[in-house]
Design a protein around this ligand. Structure first.
Ligand code: PGA
Length: 257
């Protein structure tokens, strides 16, 4: 069985004190839910203090982005190696907001995954179509190109732990969740593609998260879908109660499976 992941993407929210408070509160309340991987991704500047707040717990730290080079004259950038050195375990790569506002492409996503893998960070690779692409019937093509482009050149072993997050752009921060059926269809397609590109074993074990307006009220219906293995959650991960609630619900569902 694939172990579920509940990953909170804090985006550009929370100053230092707020970030530490949120992380500490989450830490206290999720310890008992040991059948779920709990991940939080604060902004860069808060990573070190949040790492301290969750030290020796079963909540893990993620960064939201990185540069692909080890170091160099790249003003304003942060490398995967630096992130590893301060205690990150996961890294979100290719989020649609990065693609949309900061010019990220399948090529840069591919390079960043390479950097993450080289530093033993677990990439959470985001893929997903825009509203226009969905309306034009191009969802499958776009998601396929994100997956194949992002994974280009990797061996099965290198991407063994990599997590894929399907996030339809039109569902992010809009309150418009994909229906469980819509999400499941794309998740199944992605799993099939991983099988085609690699193997049945990798496809069977690959964790694929759904993201886009996930909240305590809709998480169970989504998680009940066969190919959905967790959530990458923005807005609803910014409050202790709601994050904990989503972890609890996921844990209970998987307990019963
Ligand atoms: P949302 O964001 O949950 O606020 O829609 C999800 C994401 O962008 O990862």
């Amino acid at each position: 069985m694939r172990r579920p992941v509940i990953a909170g993407n804090w985006k550009m929210y929370k100053d230092l004190n707020e970030a530490v408070e949120l992380a500490s509160g989450i830490r206290k309340q999720v310890q008992e839910f040991d059948n779920v991987d709990k991940v939080i991704a604060p902004p860069f500047v808060n990573l070190t203090e949040v790492a301290k707040a969750i030290a020796d717990s079963n909540v893990y730290l993620a960064a939201q982005n990185c540069h692909w080079e080890k170091e160099g004259a790249f003003t304003g950038e942060v490398s995967a190696r630096m992130l590893k050195s301060i205690g990150c375990r996961y890294i979100i790569i290719g989020h649609s907001e990065r693609r949309q506002y900061f010019g990220e492409t399948n090529e840069t996503v591919n390079l960043k995954i390479k950097a993450a893998v080289a530093n033993n960070l677990i990439p959470i690779m985001c893929v997903g179509e825009t509203l226009q692409e969905r309306e034009e019937g191009r969802t499958v093509d776009v998601v396929k190109s994100h997956v194949t482009g992002g994974l280009k050149g990797f061996t099965e072993k290198e991407i063994d732990s990599l997590i894929i997050a399907y996030e339809p752009v039109w569902a992010i921060g809009t309150g418009k969740t994909a229906t469980p059926k819509q999400a499941q269809e794309v998740h199944r397609m992605i799993r099939g593609l991983v099988k085609e590109l690699y193997s049945e074993t990798l496809a069977k074990n690959k964790r694929i998260l759904y993201g886009g307006s996930v909240k305590p009220e809709n998480i169970e219906e989504l998680m009940k879908q066969e190919d959905i293995d967790g959530g990458l959650i923005g807005g609803a991960s910014l409050k202790i109660d709601s994050y904990v609630d989503m972890v609890r619900k996921t844990s209970e569902l998987y307990e019963g499976k």
